[in-house]
Design a protein around this ligand. Structure first.
Ligand SMILES: O=c1ccn([C@@H]2O[C@H](COP(=O)(O)OP(=O)(O)O[C@H]3O[C@H](CO)[C@@H](O)[C@H](O)[C@H]3O)[C@@H](O)[C@H]2O)c(=O)[nH]1
Length: 473
């Protein structure tokens, strides 16, 4: 095994915003501990990453080309550019072709006597394990979500055949797990429910990267011990070789401490949404609406959101990802003084921390959950895909820091959530008793989350221990 240079870590994020952003935050946290970081990524992702890490001389980018493959639109290097989630599997397979250039980067580092202490790579980039093992570099894995959700998914994967015999609304009991909410089969991600279908290409892919995950020598978790302590050892039991889970989050908060906040804020011009929010005089009066960077939302469902927000009577800022959709006729006039619809990238963290924001209609991607909690903003939970139902249950039933939107049953697949459900949910969250109590719980959770990254906080201490451990490998 080559002797690692004292202070150098390689980070290889998966090309999806929700996976990349927290690893950029981790890069900043490491660089502030005198660890040099090399981020490996592809050319178009490098451009957006460079904008996120402009003031960090110890963070370097190393670009490797993204492969051109049949079945994937040309120039598509990030899941947010996929025409729909149907392209996810070809995209995942394309990333496997990054193995050779990745190895070449590591080999060059080793030859030039600057081997990294470790590689931290995303769960989806399972091929990195074999390369790291061949070159004698430890690989730590990053999933992007909580240890609780990962533990539920891993346990469900193992127990898939028993779970498959249940009906969707049946309660699922996972052996050895004490859950903070009642889990039903319907809460489990579609991929997990398909685990026992060994002919399914997505199951095969997850099996492959899951094996690499389980054989990694550590797991980076964007969460904090206070939240995860009851199930962390159960989660670790799915790993070989005594791998430890390191709870270092919320990672984005490392940006906000010890003077860095100042330098970052100085670089920011107030955005259109911030200016709009500044004009709203009542604190906690505006609902922020965003469904993350991956979920496909149909045009008819977007129409229903527009009607629901309008009917609720509350002001809103709504980030819409679809370029093809436009407001139903007559709606623009009705909402012009009360709503801001944005189709470009916004600074979500900044929006959530604005005093005018009082609630978040969210798909419950894990980053959004953390960002909302830290800002003390309660969530109106509308999970759409992946592990989001688990996150939503944790927020609503586990923390009491949100409410759930009511889904329409038996009305066909098109409209999952009606305008009435959206309107009623927004009214209760923003003005009702349940919403008030959810806000108090969100504020309490935010205090614990912020404390975790401060000096002597749990995540802060764990980061120091991780660095010591990396130096000892
Ligand atoms: O205009 C935008 C849109 C998004 N964001 C940020 O993008 C991230 C989005 O992450 P997340 O809320 O987790 O949503 P997704 O991108 O949909 O997340 C994917 O990745 C997450 C982490 O693994 C999973 O929890 C989700 O299920 C999965 O869909 C957050 O940091 C947001 O602040 C912005 O800053 N501006």
């Amino acid at each position: 095994m080559p002797s690692p240079s004292a202070s150098h870590v390689v980070i290889f994020p998966f090309m999806a915003q929700g996976h990349t952003l927290p690893l950029l935050d981790l890069s900043k946290a490491l660089s502030r501990q005198q660890i040099k970081v090399t981020i490996i990524t592809t050319p178009s992702n490098a451009k957006s990453i460079a904008k996120c890490v402009p003031n960090h001389p110890d963070i370097h980018l190393n670009e490797i080309p993204f492969p051109t493959i049949d079945g994937l639109p040309k120039g598509c290097e990030n899941t947010s550019q996929l025409p729909s989630m149907e392209f996810l599997l070809p995209f995942l397979h394309a990333t496997k072709q990054l193995q050779k250039p990745f190895e070449e980067v590591l080999e060059t580092m080793i030859k030039s006597n600057t081997p990294p202490l470790c590689v931290i790579s995303d769960f989806f980039l399972g091929f990195t394990l074999a390369s790291c093992q061949a070159l004698g570099v430890p690989r730590l894995v990053f999933h992007g979500t909580s240890a609780l959700s990962m533990a539920i998914m891993k346990s469900s994967w193992v127990n898939a055949s028993q779970i498959n015999s249940l009906s969707m609304l049946d309660r699922v009991d996972l052996p050895g797990m004490k859950l903070p909410f009642t889990l039903t089969k319907a809460d489990l991600p579609a991929e997990t429910l398909n685990a026992s279908n060994h002919d399914d290409p997505m199951s095969q892919f997850i099996d492959e990267v899951g094996w690499a995950d389980a054989n990694s020598c550590g797991i980076i978790i964007n969460s904090f011990e206070e939240l995860e302590k009851d199930h962390i050892s159960f989660f670790e039991s799915f790993y070989m070789n005594g791998a430890k889970a390191w709870c270092l989050g919320p990672l984005f908060l490392y940006d906000k401490i010890e003077g860095l906040e100042k330098s970052i804020n100085q670089n920011q011009n107030p955005s259109m949404s911030t200016q709009w929010l500044d004009e709203q005089s009542t604190p906690d009066s505006v609902i922020y609406v965003s469904f993350g960077t991956q979920a496909d939302v149909s045009d008819s469902q977007l129409d229903e959101v527009a009607f629901g927000l309008e009917e609720s009577g509350f002001p809103f800022v709504w980030v819409v990802r679809s370029n093809a959709w436009s407001l139903p006729s007559g709606m623009e006039e009705k909402i012009k003084d009360r709503g801001l619809i944005v189709s470009e990238w916004v600074d979500q963290r900044q929006i959530l921390s604005h005093r005018a924001i009082g609630g978040f209609l969210s798909h419950c991607g894990w980053n959004s959950v953390l960002e909302s909690a830290v800002a003390g903003v309660p969530i109106l939970a509308w999970p759409m895909m992946a592990e989001q139902s688990l996150n939503a249950k944790l927020v609503v039933d586990g923390f009491g820091a949100g409410l759930s939107v009511k889904r329409v049953q038996n009305q066909g697949p098109e409209i999952l959530v009606s305008r009435q459900a959206i309107s009623e949910g927004v009214k209760e969250l923003m003005g009702g008793q349940k919403g008030r109590s959810a806000r108090e719980r969100a504020e309490a959770l935010g205090r614990v989350a912020r404390r975790a990254v401060q000096k002597d906080g749990s995540s802060h201490d764990t980061l120091s221990k991780l660095i010591d451990q990396l130096r000892a490998y």
